[in-house]
Write a protein that binds this ligand. Structure first.
Ligand code: SF4
Length: 468
């Protein structure tokens, strides 16, 4: 097609006032040809309005300036992982991922490999130019034996750095991929074959038949330090000895069940809507509440969050609990995020908690600025930080460790904070749920239940005696 493909924008505008028909690729680069082939196939198959294109990091990172379709730019090596996610949330849309050999062959290999092994439902185009191009021509997993690159100035030594990675051959060992082919864009005859393979992969994707993989040998004259003609010749004469062209598999006409077609279920569908004997209430009017608990490892930060989460579950709420901790068992920082909602929770991460419990100085200083306006910050009173607290936040220094020690359980500061939270009305469920969850948390060691209840009550009393 010697005209603009309607799968591409009419003009490429990287900055305001710079619209033109020129791409950023070097003369003789294969990327421009591949983009044109994909865009023509998208337009011919009438999928571009629905298609989501997942771009990589590397020379092809600017695909979003060129393709006239939906676009997501993935972090380095992660285009396949992002495509997996998008193919699951948008199962009816054509999903196209595009990666280079550093991006897919090295950094993101496991993501692509596992997606292929699961038969995830997207088309993956893998551009192999035998080096890391964007960063200046370093050795990639696909670099040929003996090939000179900036990091292998004496040629790739396979004893030290391994053999060229043959991704088609690796994927061919897997059962799930529907289509695997290696093509080249080094000359016109090869471009015509590449066009067919690319089109086939997109047809498979249009019909949502599963994982289709096309590896495309693509000259990089810039890093090969030769002119485009010589680069193309080298690709036909040398590259194909290591990376033979051809179709490795085409199961697109066979009736093979696809692993990725198992319908996804929500958490509540799997659990039947909640714990045994507890029905999770779908209550969109309930105002979601976010809690962050933080301190040192060993202070019971994660357990405190778990008790709150368990109490919310027993009240029939949707709950997420997400811990975060360092590698140390004791003394490293630890925190957990708990969200209590009236409908399914989209993400367990919290940027702006309604309630922050900070049990030590580093966590106070780290998380205090994030507390939402109108929220509450409850922190260990023995911490001296001198920091300025955010405006519009209720700040309460609370002597949790003193209360726990005075009541004979020095390690129960977390229980003291729990008691304070109930007395301050910070938990959106009844005290009975909290006390039951607290007792349940000590069920492996029942002799700790009563001492902790004592700390819990002492903390409540402190709040009622010190109410301002
Ligand atoms: S460096 Fe190589 S791969 Fe990158 S745009 Fe230039 S020729 Fe293409």
């Amino acid at each position: 097609m010697i005209k603009r493909s309607t799968g591409l924008y009419e003009e490429f505008s990287r900055k305001e006032g710079t619209a033109s028909r020129a791409t950023h690729y070097c003369a003789g680069c294969g990327h421009g040809i591949i983009l044109k082939l994909i865009s023509e196939a998208m337009a011919d198959l009438d999928i571009q309005d629905d298609a989501v294109f997942i771009g990589p990091v590397g020379c092809a990172t600017f695909c979003y300036y060129y393709f006239d379709c939906g676009h997501i730019s993935a972090p380095h090596g992660r285009a396949s992982a992002v495509a997996t996610g998008i193919s699951r949330v948008l199962p009816d849309k054509p999903i196209i991922a595009y990666q280079g050999d550093g991006d897919l062959g090295a950094i993101g290999f496991n993501n692509a490999f596992q997606a292929a092994n699961r038969g995830d439902n997207f088309a993956l185009f893998f551009v192999n130019n035998a080096l890391y191009a964007m960063t200046g021509g370093q050795m990639a997993p696909t670099t040929l034996a003996g090939q000179v690159t900036t990091t292998t100035p004496f040629g790739r030594d396979v004893v030290k750095t391994g053999y060229p990675l043959k991704v088609c051959e690796v994927f061919e060992t897997l059962e799930a991929p529907v289509f695997i082919e290696r093509v080249s864009v080094a000359d016109t005859k090869r471009i015509m074959q590449a066009k067919k393979a690319i089109r086939k992969a997109l047809e498979i994707q249009k019909e949502k038949k599963g994982f289709a993989f096309v590896e495309i040998l693509s000259p990089c004259p810039n890093n090969m330090r030769v002119d485009p003609v010589k680069a193309a010749e080298a690709f036909t004469e040398i590259m194909e000895k290591t990376f033979p062209l051809g179709n490795f598999r085409d199961n697109s006409e066979k009736d093979i069940p696809m692993p990725a077609d198992v319908p996804l279920k929500t958490a509540s569908e799997i659990t039947g809507g909640g714990r045994e004997g507890i029905t999770t209430k779908n209550d969109p009017s309930f105002k979601e509440k976010k809690f962050k608990f933080s301190g040192f490892g060993g202070q019971g930060v994660l357990s405190l969050g778990l008790v709150v989460a368990e109490a919310a579950v027993s009240d029939g709420r949707y709950v997420s609990w997400m811990p975060s901790y360092g590698p140390e068992q004791r003394g490293g920082s630890a925190s957990c995020s708990v969200i209590v909602g009236g409908k399914e929770i989209g993400s367990p991460t919290i940027d702006d908690p309604d309630v922050l419990v900070a049990m030590n100085q580093p966590s106070l200083e780290r998380f205090a600025p994030s507390v939402k306006e109108g929220g509450t910050l409850l922190y260990e009173a023995s911490v001296k930080s001198g920091m300025e607290f955010p405006k519009g936040v209720r700040v309460i220094p609370f002597p949790a460790s003193a209360i726990a020690s005075e009541n004979g359980v020095p390690k129960a500061s977390n229980t003291a904070f729990l008691g304070a939270m109930t007395a301050l009305g910070l938990l959106p469920f009844g005290d009975g749920n909290v006390i039951d969850a607290l007792a349940e948390s000590f069920s492996p060691n029942p002799k700790l239940i009563e001492p902790n209840k004592k700390v819990f009550e002492a903390a409540r009393k402190w709040v009622s005696d010190n109410k301002q």
